[in-house]
Design a protein around this ligand. Structure first.
Ligand SMILES: [Zn+2]
Ligand SMILES: [Zn+2]
Length: 257
């Protein structure tokens, strides 16, 4: 090591010590650089997220191209029955948000997960009439995945929502008992049959007459969330509405060009 490098290293270590005593202003959890957080993220990183804006499908919340909806529903929803009564997503599952969610899922980033949950809070502030809820249920992941990942990302996203809505997050009511093959490789029909019987309600009494806000990171076909909703309703829930951070593209057709 050259003397100059050594000096630089010592300076950096010194700087680290100063930051321990006087913590620096929090930096953006997405890029780790920009200071000055706005809704949990730096402004530059926030700008890279493509928010979902009207017109949207009244049922699944996906963006519509103008004049292509029937009954306010997208073509995808016209041929599909979901068990949740409505679904909404904050942003498109593309670009920056895709990267952020990969970080949260595969690189142990609970800080980033909770920062992204703040975006869902902002969405609820913008659409307060979405519903009145008694409890938040994050879509459960299989215990094996939980052990690898260290947390359920849907549960992380739910933490800021819990704070905002003042209602509990319940992760012990429904469990995922089937480790399904990854949905990515499956077509639409297979996705619905793949998740059948994947979940089990273990505390049915807690659901009687309750309006549930079901939370997940991504909705693609809605198959998983619909199956969870089916189980919750069967166990006595009054209504289930879904809120996800991102909406995935099923195939190119859903843009109804
Ligand atoms: Zn940033
Ligand atoms: Zn739709």
């Amino acid at each position: 090591m050259k003397l100059a490098d050594l000096k630089k290293l010592v300076t950096e270590i010194g700087q680290g010590a100063v930051e321990l005593v006087f913590p620096a202003e929090p930096v953006c959890p997405a890029c780790g650089r920009e200071p000055g957080l706005y809704r949990g993220l730096g402004r530059q990183c926030l700008k890279r997220i493509v928010l979902i804006v009207p017109p949207i499908c009244n049922l699944c919340g996906r963006m519509l191209r103008l004049n292509k909806a029937s009954d306010g529903k997208c073509q995808e929803c016209c041929g599909t029955a979901y068990y949740f009564s409505k679904a909404r997503a904050v942003a498109m599952y593309e670009g920056a948000l895709r990267e952020y969610l990969a970080e949260v899922k595969y690189r142990y980033r609970p800080d980033l997960g909770m920062a992204l949950g703040e975006l869902m809070v902002e969405w609820l502030k913008a659409y307060p009439k979405y519903g009145k809820f008694d409890l938040i249920i994050p879509v459960p992941i299989h215990p094996q995945k939980l052990a690898i990942r260290g947390y359920n990302q849907a549960e992380l996203l739910s933490i800021p929502l819990q704070r905002h809505l003042g209602i509990p997050v319940k992760s012990d009511i429904i469990i995922r008992r089937k480790l399904t093959e990854t949905q990515n490789a499956l077509d639409r029909e297979s996705r619905f049959s793949n998740v059948r019987q994947a979940f089990q309600v273990v505390r049915p009494g807690a659901l009687t007459g309750k309006c549930v806000l079901l939370v997940d990171d991504i909705m693609t076909t809605g198959a998983t969330a619909s199956e969870v909703s089916r189980m919750l309703l069967r166990a006595g829930a009054l209504d289930v509405k879904l809120l996800t951070l991102a909406a995935g593209v099923i195939d190119k057709q859903w843009l109804h060009q």
